[in-house]
Ligand binder design. Structure first.
Ligand SMILES: *[C@@H]1O[C@H](CO)[C@@H](O)[C@H](O)[C@H]1NC(C)=O
Ligand SMILES: *[C@@H]1O[C@H](CO)[C@@H](O)[C@H](O)[C@H]1NC(C)=O
Ligand SMILES: *[C@@H]1O[C@H](CO)[C@@H](O)[C@H](O)[C@H]1NC(C)=O
Ligand SMILES: *[C@@H]1O[C@H](CO)[C@@H](O)[C@H](O)[C@H]1NC(C)=O
Ligand SMILES: [Fe+2]
Length: 651
């Protein structure tokens, strides 16, 4: 009976197929190699052949898990990104892919101009590819060591003699961290605690929709305890049954009088394909230059990273967190990675604290994540916590502080209540008032939205006013040395400030905006107040340096002097710096970028010394990287040849 029915059904359906699918006569094929990738981030080659009359809009859909419906791809690449495609109907592409703990598959689609749906647009207002003509599907691609821990990253705890390690696996079975002073003898071992979040914990779309949600895996956290000071430790995470990570190392906090740190905001992550929201290609350069600096610094100097909000820009597209943690692992598995919450981790329509003046400030920037991935994927010191007002777990990692060498570092949240009467305000007040300036002569305050900026960002004016009214007095009274902010994707350094007024002698905080690590939308600077429409942006006297280049800052402090240097990603050199003495006196000396690190000044001399030794070694490897990156960018250029990214207001 079946035998009879099948041909008849096919006969019935065939005309339908050919109506929609003009190429049904020619078999389109797609192949992948290898079909099993060894490590997360390894490169896969995808080949397709046999597409008749190729169109520039034909595309390759990237799917995970492999049985996702056609419209639930995680990203796409135009087939015409291979120039051979237009004439031959065949082509290939290489994609480095992170392990999403589910297999991938790839599908070839035909798409033409007439089928563009102007109502289905992505975040950049580009049309989302149509899926009506599905021509071929690849076999699934997986990862060899499926159960091995990935996305390893470190952070400080509240104790000097501890280090936390976090990582992700696809199952909830217990894992261990084993560590020791010798690579061959990891004699200590600690079990991880395991946690996860569910789609029901997400507060809005796309995070709670099938389009954005993917299984985030199981998140492990373990604390290595009883560490000796200033010692190099080796560690790995995993289990005998599930496999072990590579062996990483870190240097524990010491009693030295120095600190090195890398600080920036708004970095994001890069994907080798186009996805629903814009990703941040520049994040690759930021991480690479920091890696260069870390290698130059050598393994004996402890340091850490401070990423002050707008972290992965996943905004509800779950797999972007996997890209982010895969991308930072070469740094974050070796030095603690510290974070502040930003609007893109948190803000959603029903967020619990939304005073009248903040109605237009706190919008939907979190893509419905409502701080949940941020709160579970990181574990910062302290025990700050704010309920979400829903079944979602409370928001954590909001405010905390720690000392390294001569500096007291403070982290705050500009997305949750910071006004007098709030738990955060009490924390900040108590924390700043109890700093022992003998022990830590410098205090560095960090938060996401700036208290000062001369960018033309009028929407945030009310929050700046509240910060000025309530937080600046705390900063002044407690002689905060440096206040670092993100959110504005520019570097901008101010004079020592109080209520918009500079003073060189009062020991006022130096404010610096450092949101230039990857996100590409840049606000204009403030225009002349009497000619708002004219492109003239006079730089107010309080704004001492404005940088337009992507990059990050390096902080170096001894007991006598703190130096913050701005490194540009375009050349890896220092383009601005400020030096602040323990007395609070600011000695800034803007430098010429062409002089580079070697002349970056006395305070950074110890850094420069490390740099010189290693730079020759690293340069060779790095040039290879740069070339790779440029060709990647060019590929992207051709890939998106007819799309015009709309620069929307997206800080
Ligand atoms: C991936 O595919 C392989 C082969 O089809 C299968 O054995 C494996 O279980 C899949 N992995 C996952 C995580 O689904
Ligand atoms: C996602 O959250 C929004 C806001 O709470 C809600 O209106 C919507 O129905 C949710 N979607 C799903 C699929 O649960
Ligand atoms: C945790 O919170 C309590 C108050 O709720 C506070 O007394 C305690 O010091 C906090 N612990 C840490 C490590 O911050
Ligand atoms: C800040 O300066 C403005 C304008 O000069 C003044 O009106 C305001 O009172 C000042 N605020 C404080 C806290 O000093
Ligand atoms: Fe932001």
């Amino acid at each position: 009976m079946n035998m009879d029915l099948l041909p008849r059904l096919l006969l019935l359906l065939l005309p339908l197929f050919s109506l929609f699918d003009s190429s049904s006569q020619s078999p389109v094929s797609i192949s992948v190699s290898p079909t099993v990738l060894a490590n997360s981030g390894d490169t896969l080659r995808i080949r397709w052949t046999g597409v008749d009359s190729p169109s520039d809009l034909d595309w390759l859909g990237i799917y995970s898990p492999p049985d996702s419906p056609d419209d639930l791809f995680i990203g796409y690449v135009f087939l015409s990104s291979d120039p051979a495609y237009r004439t031959s109907g065949s082509g290939s592409i290489s994609l480095p892919l992170p392990n999403l703990r589910a297999n991938y598959s790839f599908r070839v689609f035909r798409w033409s101009k007439s089928e563009i749906d102007p109502k289905k647009l992505d975040h950049d207002h580009n049309p989302i590819p149509g899926t009506r003509h599905h021509l071929a599907t690849s076999e699934p691609v997986g990862f060899l060591a499926e159960r091995r821990p990935e996305q390893v990253h470190l952070s400080f705890t509240d104790r000097d003699d501890e280090m936390r390690v976090m990582f992700v696996t696809g199952d909830k079975e217990e894992r261990l961290v084993r560590f020791g002073k010798s690579e061959r003898k990891l004699q200590f071992s600690v079990k991880s605690s395991v946690d996860r979040y569910e789609r029901e914990d997400m507060c809005d779309s796309p995070a709670n929709e099938t389009s954005g949600w993917r299984d985030p895996g199981w998140i492990h956290s373990a604390v290595m305890k009883g560490l000796k000071k200033g010692v190099r430790y080796f560690y790995q995470v995993g289990s005998d049954s599930g496999g072990w990570s590579p062996i990483y190392r870190f240097t524990s906090r010491d009693d030295s009088d120095e600190v090195f740190a890398f600080l920036f905001g708004d970095m994001g992550t890069a994907t080798p394909y186009t996805t629903f929201s814009r990703t941040q290609g520049e994040s690759i350069s930021t991480m690479k230059w920091i890696l260069r600096d870390l290698e130059a610094l050598g393994p004996s100097k402890p340091s850490f990273v401070s990423h002050i909000g707008d972290i992965s820009y996943a905004r509800g597209y779950s797999w972007l967190w996997d890209h982010f943690f895969t991308q930072i692992e070469p740094v974050a598995a070796y030095v603690p990675y510290h974070v502040c919450i930003g609007n893109h981790e948190y803000d959603w329509p029903a967020q619990p604290w939304k005073p009248d003046w903040a109605q237009t400030i706190y919008g939907k920037d979190g893509g419905g994540e409502c701080g949940v991935p941020y709160s579970l994927r990181f574990s910062m010191p302290g025990n700050s916590s704010e309920p979400t007002g829903s079944r979602a777990p409370a928001t954590r990692n909001l405010y905390y502080s720690f000392d390294v060498g001569p500096v007291h570092f403070v982290y705050m949240s500009t997305e949750t209540n910071f006004l007098p009467g709030s738990a955060q305000y009490d924390f900040l007040k108590n924390d700043l008032e109890s700093v022992d300036r003998e022990r830590t002569p410098f205090v560095v305050m960090q938060g996401h939205r700036p208290m000062y900026t001369t960018s033309y960002e009028s929407r945030d004016a009310p929050i700046r006013a509240k910060m000025l009214e309530h937080l600046e007095p705390l900063f002044i009274e407690n002689r905060v040395t440096l206040a670092l902010w993100g959110h504005v994707h520019r570097y901008e350094r101010f004079c020592p400030l109080r209520n918009f007024t500079c003073s060189a002698t009062e020991g006022y905080p130096v404010h610096v905006v450092i949101g230039m690590a990857g996100q590409d939308w840049q606000p204009l600077w403030q225009p002349r107040s009497d000619h708002l429409a004219d492109p003239v942006y006079p730089q107010p006297a309080r704004s001492l340096y404005r940088g337009g280049e992507f990059g990050y800052t390096r902080l170096f402090a001894s007991r006598e002097k703190l130096t913050l240097s701005y490194v540009g990603n375009h050349d890896g050199k220092v383009h601005d710096k400020v030096e602040i003495l323990a007395s609070g006196l600011v000695v800034s000396s803007p430098i010429d970028g062409t002089e580079g690190l070697q002349k970056a000044g006395a305070a950074e001399s110890s850094f420069s010394w490390f740099m010189k030794g290693a730079s020759v070694l690293i340069l060779g490897a790095f040039m290879g990287y740069i070339l790779g990156y440029v060709s990647h960018a060019q590929r992207e250029g051709t890939m998106r040849w007819r799309w015009t990214p709309v620069k929307n207001d997206d800080v």
